[in-house]
Design a binder for this molecule. Structure first.
Ligand SMILES: [Zn+2]
Length: 385
């Protein structure tokens, strides 16, 4: 600890999110997944413009910087606006456009054009701090033909892939019915299961799928808080994944479904839910959980920026006594983070982020434009009626 009580530790890596969904925070909460998506989120997303995504992402970046996140993996519309926001905020991110063809191979050509265009646009807008990725939404929204093309393109161009996998039990049943195999085996069949692939969720993976994922070297990013809030009914089988040496990361998922981007709070939820479900407090320890939250249990998520770190307040009530990693995982929240530094540039010091007031004001304006700004206790005409 330095004289001022600050302790330097690695920054956190948010392995799965949809940053601009901060715009939908607190909107249509407490609903089942498909009803939430189909009746509320998708109609609102249809009205999105690039500037909405830009300011929503800036708001997410401010929140993540405040909570000690230095790098995140993002899948969202107008990814060039996401990339520009990441660059302007000073963070790092792996950014991909959601690729969807509705499972129709006749629309695969259009998906490819979107993908190629977005990769170039992300690279041009984001600069060095942003890595373009391929982000097929899920196996139930993308055709076999497109998934094969994504697998080939990832291999040829050495691009990361991020995809939602095995989030609900229904997804597994539909996959078995349509393809005769479970989701991980299906991804392997279409050439998408490899070292550059992040699988978000993995709630319903079985033992054979975990064997396959370990063998292929893909990373599973678990999103325990979003999964519990949407009540998906299961928990990522972490003990079985660890036994097989599966690379694991931690994500918040979007603020529409979490609703927080505080990974320090989610790492506690991750450790607790795993212990609780296994009936064994030793099933994950603080050291492991901390490594997972900082991306160090996956070569793909590992953030090798030597000048990326955070400083936590060692004299805060939460961290003043006891072992540091246990304090960070079980006692702390983002409020212990004093400074966040990315690429040697200080993005927050003394808990203060320059320009955050403008970011909040502009994000509020954009949410209002979308008709979804309804602060608690305030009646907004036209909303919810
Ligand atoms: Zn997601």
């Amino acid at each position: 600890m330095s004289d001022d009580g600050l302790i330097r530790v690695p920054g956190l890596v948010n392995g799965h999110t949809h940053a601009a969904m901060t715009l939908f925070r607190g909107y249509a909460d407490d609903l089942p997944l498909m009803e939430w998506l189909e009746r509320h989120i998708w109609p609102a997303e249809a009205r999105l413009e690039p500037d909405d995504v830009y300011w929503g992402t800036r708001l997410a970046c401010a929140e993540m910087i405040r909570n000690g996140v230095v790098c995140f993996w993002d899948m969202y519309w107008y990814p060039e606006a996401v990339a520009r926001a990441v660059r302007d905020a000073g963070m790092r991110a792996v950014v991909g456009a959601p690729l969807i063809d509705g499972g129709e191979s006749s629309r695969s050509k259009q998906l490819r054009e979107t993908a190629i265009h977005s990769l170039d646009a992300i690279a041009a807008a984001g600069g060095d701090a942003v890595r373009p990725a391929l982000a097929p939404h899920a196996i139930y929204t993308v055709s076999d033909e497109s998934l094969r093309w994504i697998g080939e393109t990832s291999a040829e161009r050495e691009l990361p892939i991020q995809i939602h996998l095995s989030e609900t039990e229904e997804e597994v049943a539909s996959c078995v019915e349509a393809h005769g195999v479970r989701p991980a085996a299906y991804l392997d069949r279409v050439g998408m299961l490899g070292r550059r692939t992040v699988l978000a969720h993995g709630v319903w993976l079985d033992a054979a799928e975990l064997d396959l994922i370990a063998e292929r070297g893909a990373t599973v990013v678990t999103n325990p808080v979003a999964n519990m809030k949407l009540a998906v009914g299961g928990v990522f089988p972490y003990p079985a994944a660890r036994e097989r040496g599966v690379a694991v990361g931690l994500g918040t998922d979007g603020a529409g479904s979490n609703n927080s981007l505080d990974l320090l709070s989610d790492v506690k939820a991750f450790a607790l839910v795993q212990k609780h479900v296994a009936g064994d407090p030793a099933v994950v320890n603080a050291h492991e959980a901390w490594e997972i939250a900082t991306g160090r249990r996956s070569d793909l998520l590992a953030n090798d920026g030597a000048d990326d770190y955070i400083e936590v307040r060692g004299d805060s009530p939460e961290l003043s006594l006891g072992e540091l990693e246990a304090g960070l995982v079980y006692a702390a929240s983002g409020s212990v983070v004093d400074a966040t530094v990315v690429g040697g540039r200080t993005l927050m010091r003394d808990g203060v982020i320059d320009g955050v007031d403008e970011v909040v004001a502009r994000a509020r304006e954009r949410a209002r434009r979308l008709g979804i700004d309804s602060p608690v206790g305030v009646e907004v005409p036209g909303v919810g009626s």
